[in-house]
Write a protein that binds this ligand. Sequence first.
Ligand code: HEM
Length: 475
Amino acid sequence: MWPILCIGAFIVISITHWVHRWRNPKCNGKLPPGSMGLPLLGETLQFFAPNTSSAIPPFIKDRMKRYGPVFRTSLVGRPVVISTDPEINHFIFQQEGHLVQSWYPDTFTEIFGRQNVGSLHGFVYKYLKNLVLSLFGPESLKDKLLPQVELTAHKTLGLWASQGTVELKEATANMIFDLTAKKLISYEYDPAKSSENLRENFVAFIHGLISFPLDIPGTAYHKCLQGRKKAMKMLKDMLEERRLMPERCQEDFFDFVLIELKKEGTILTEEMALDLMFVLLFASFETTSLALTLAIKLLTDHPHVLKELTEEHETIVRNRENEDAKLTWKEYKSMTYTAQVINEVVRLANIVPGIFRKAMRDIEIKGYTIPAGWAIMVCPPAVHLNPAKYENPLEFNPGRWKGMESNGASKHFMAFGGGMRFCVGTEFTKVQMAVFLHCLVTQYRWTAVKGGNIVRTPGLSFPDGFHIRVSKKNK
Ligand code: HEM
């Protein structure tokens, strides 16, 4: 009897001690206020709970009210400090490689690969970043990508006009995926040649990425992992096939990789190259298609903005010697109001609801200590919807960006991140959005048919899609 009682008491004391330790983590200073939630689960379920508003996510807003702009919590088994404070966010971005390091939950690494650019640091990271910039940076955009983007937009819009209704999120994602896949690996899906479509493996990806990490059949996360496996196999097979082909000069990213892998002392590995291709394919189409879908939804709901935008683009066409000439870089750079519309769309879209870092040592900030090893989540929606900075923050008002069109990143605008890890695809996104809008408003009109409702988990999604009917304008 006594031994059983003793064992029982020992178990109760151990669990109580463990729960107490969970709720009151060790810290060599003062932790930010907050709750660590339930043991192991933390506050993960509340964080991922769907909501249909475009305001600051309820999870964040409630805690800002209760604890102030910086608070602690636990997400997917990790202690996290969440910052909604523009000064702290800015400081964190500037500390990359010093006090903090880019870090994402293990689930992200599982999906994007251990050698993906977001998980690499130091000179290997710099090497990969330069590689991406050579593909999608300003020089490449100006000389090669701008005409390709315009051609793709024209072709796509022509196709849509010949169809009944189009579900915009899926249709823009397909358009962008095709363009990026062509640029990176010269991939074009041909059902006559292969039953496997690379694009199909990326379905519902953003949903799975920012969802509860439960790897069992039926969950979004599981679907995501299965998609990654199949996509990686296809990419690997394609690279193998290319290796067996006669050497050709550099036409796409695969050619570059094969040349680079042959060099003595190269730091590029096949795994790194494949993870990079996967990340770029995902990052380019999933994010920009959400931004474009929201842009068209907002333009549909705000005819006065659409009118001003259309006027800007019609003026560009009118001022040309030949109206059918191709868009030039100078014309793109002259799209001032369009740039304001794009900034306003990405401010409201909050496509990336959290940017993660890991504290490399104890960080003292505004009277609090963030312990070494903890995750830090910078929260862009809280910054973008701050009424002290953006009057009527939920209003779609592109004019608020007048004079600040070329805003890269600032303490109050971090849709594309900030500091050393600032998004390398920013200008590519802006070119794609501006050129697509140019082709759309100068040559086509559209009407909304159904859908357009938004859900955030906390990543943005359109659960019923956004269905529109497109027709050619009568000139
Ligand atoms: C609306 C469109 C986009 C949004 C909102 C967006 C947002 C972001 C954000 C917030 C980051 C910073 C992540 C961090 O600091 O940890 C980032 C990084 C990154 N983005 Fe984008 N992005 C977009 C489009 C693109 C495109 C089109 C590409 C591909 C060409 C791309 C490729 C990348 C890459 C490779 C990184 C990692 C950079 C690094 O670690 O230094 N993004 N993006």
